[in-house]
Design a protein around this ligand. Structure first.
Ligand SMILES: NC(=O)c1ccc[n+]([C@@H]2O[C@H](COP(=O)([O-])OP(=O)(O)OC[C@H]3O[C@@H](n4cnc5c(N)ncnc54)[C@H](O)[C@@H]3O)[C@@H](O)[C@H]2O)c1
Length: 244
């Protein structure tokens, strides 16, 4: 059980808050009465959060952002590591070393930097870390080795942290979404309909993933009904990884 009582306002930190899944999560957290600190390289449209401009690839910038959060809040309840990039479609021969590294630097090292900075703030109350994997943390497609490597790594990192932090009451889990119509995909596909036409039939449940599917899974994992769940990767994929 978390040490926070039902009535206490929850304090959540969301990386990647400016766009896509992070922005959708922020809306749901605010609806539920959380106080939200958002971290991103760029500001989003939500004005009701405390925003921290920060490139998570930088240890110093990430530590400074969490120092500001600590100064303001003392402790926090939840860290949602939602920032991520995909990189371009390229074979392992084509991709540059810089681009391969850039994806690992955001998706893996950014998650590590934020988690390491957040743990002291989570420790006093117990709390949650939610990382974001992907169906490409299990299924393989060509032309995405950098992204696939980062998402396989996220699963291992999640489990390693969960074991280390369990005795301190901190649960660490990941969600692994299927294809969602967010800017990370809409760069390659012009519209939701185009994305759905390309990928919908890959999903046994007949549609791609909605942002709210991911948000609801993340909220369930941080809530009291998942109080004894840690080190798990929850696939939110309408059966994709059963079939592919
Ligand atoms: N959209 C999908 O289909 C899908 C599927 C599976 C997993 N995911 C994962 O979900 C997460 C969120 O993706 P999304 O779809 O919301 O993408 P998105 O592009 O809409 O949002 C990602 C956010 O991360 C921020 N960001 C990028 N680099 C950063 C950095 N160095 N420091 C701080 N912030 C940075 C961006 O500014 C952006 O606001 C990613 O980890 C992605 O891999 C997405």
């Amino acid at each position: 059980m978390q040490s926070t009582g039902q009535a206490a306002q929850q304090i959540s930190v969301v990386t990647g808050c400016a766009s896509g899944l992070g922005a959708a999560l922020v809306s749901s957290l605010l609806e539920r009465g959380h106080r939200v600190h958002g971290i991103d390289v760029r500001a989003g449209e939500e004005s009701r959060i405390c925003f921290h401009a920060c490139d998570l690839r930088s240890v110093e910038a990430t530590e400074a952002a969490f120092a500001r959060i600590a100064q303001r809040e003392g402790d926090i309840d939840n860290l949602f590591n939602f920032a991520g990039i995909r990189g371009s479609k390229a074979s392992v021969e084509q991709i540059s070393a810089q681009e391969f590294a850039a994806v690992l630097e955001v998706n893996l090292f950014g998650t590590f930097h934020a988690t390491r900075s957040a743990v002291p703030l989570l420790s006093k109350r117990g709390g949650n870390v939610i990382n974001v994997g992907s169906i490409l943390g299990r299924s393989i497609v060509p032309g995405a080795s950098q992204y696939i490597a980062s998402k396989f790594a996220i699963e291992g990192f999640t489990k390693a942290c969960a074991l280390e932090l369990a005795s301190r009451g901190i649960r660490v889990n990941a969600i692994a979404p299927g294809t969602v119509a967010t800017p990370i995909n809409l760069q390659a596909f012009e519209s939701y309909d185009a994305l759905m036409a390309a990928y919908g039939s890959c999903y046994p449940m007949g549609r791609i993933c909605a942002p709210q599917d991911v948000v609801d899974a993340a909220l369930w994992l941080t809530g009291p009904n998942a109080a004894f769940v840690t080190g798990q990767v929850l696939y939110v994929d309408g059966g994709y990884t059963l079939a592919n």
